[in-house]
Design a protein around this ligand. Sequence first.
Ligand code: ADP
Length: 460
Amino acid sequence: HATKKTMADHLRKFDSIFTLTPQRMRMIVEAFKDTLELGLSKPKQTVPMIPTYVFGWPTGQETGDFLAVDLGGTNLRVCLVTLQGEGKFEITQTKYRLTEEQKQEEGQKLFDFCAECLKTFVDTNLADEASGLRLKEGEKLPLGFTFSYPCSQDRIDHGELIRWTKGFGAVNTEGHDVAAMFRASLAKFDLPIELTALINDTTGTLIASHYVDPKTKIAVIFGTGCNAAYMERVGSIPKIKNLGIDDEAEMAINCEWGAFDSFEHEHLPRTKYDSIVDETSNKPGEQAFEKLISGRYLGEILRLVICELVDEGVLFLGQNTYKLEAPYVFDTAFLSLMESDPTDELLMIIGIFTHFFALETTLAERQFFKALAKLIGRRAARLSACGIAAIVGKMGYLEEGCAVGADGSLYNKYPGFAERVHEGLVDVFGEKGRNIITHHAEDGSGVGSAIIAAMTKIRK
Ligand code: ADP
């Protein structure tokens, strides 16, 4: 009779399906570059390469007080940013948790909630004498709204939601001007605030990173979702030629690259677990690149592998696994924790499985889980490197090198994520790949939003 496979045998199989060779990566980069060019040349492409109407880099001398509201995938953040010039700033912020219901309810109610949080924040922080921030009669505080979903814009203070991503589905919002919707909510609370700029978090991160480090040319987000922005020559954006903007002007482009390879599924290596994640998501077919990379999905991919091995009778024989069977119960933060478990016995992994899932594990199983987390995390980082390499290659930044501002929990908290991205860049470009350095972009979306609001004020 057949000998029983060991956990190491199983691991070999997963190693082969989750590992990306340098050659495969270079193929992905080539396809990615074509996709970026296509998005710049024609409207309504899968990767939409959205013109942001943020013109050029900040000087670093922007100053003043600005509010920023950041509607991310997981949290709502309200910030008061004081730009001090010379690349310096101060920030005060409060985070509010969004519920799954709020993500799906009436869109206007979601914006009402944002305005309500803003009111609470303003009442707390602006009433504070010590803040030194008192508004004159009739004066309004400029607000940058960081709204990190693809919007089509034809000016900076307006934007129509193309489609929700990252699990959002609030009704009566797609196709609507979200800046107008938020203004309507602000009016209900009678706040001394003027929404001056609608910004994507990647664009905010790009501008904030450049404010602090002028070598920054690209920004990337690895959080609930995955996206990038960079600065493009207007002359290289054929789809906006008719606007008559000077070819030599520069404009930030929000790539919305999470959509790369959606629908056709031609270029990215997808496992059957990726297909299940896609098919059971609220938007099947969409955000194909993001679904292999971002925080919302990595834990789920690992959970699906484990569940398959449970069904095959390989794991947790005789134990009740119902707690592990619900979609999305395995947070990507668990992958971080498992990978960083330094103990021989893998005590952290024992803790995760007993505490959250009421399951006993053997050492061999725990070693397997740790190795599996590493495969899934590493694939995500290497795919991210492909996206960065596509922009670097297209823009010709390799020789001179550049900095890439990065933000999001996956980048900031997943052990070794940045190192793996850098390794991936060397696999794509050879030694010159070392010229491209990612670094954590402090408070990207809040500070960037404030700087853009300031740049907008200067332009007016
Ligand atoms: P957002 O994208 O909403 O602005 P974050 O950047 O914090 O917010 O990203 C949230 C995502 O990051 C969630 O999907 C969560 O699973 C994941 N995450 C949170 N903590 C960690 C961690 N320690 N390691 C890896 N991923 C994490």
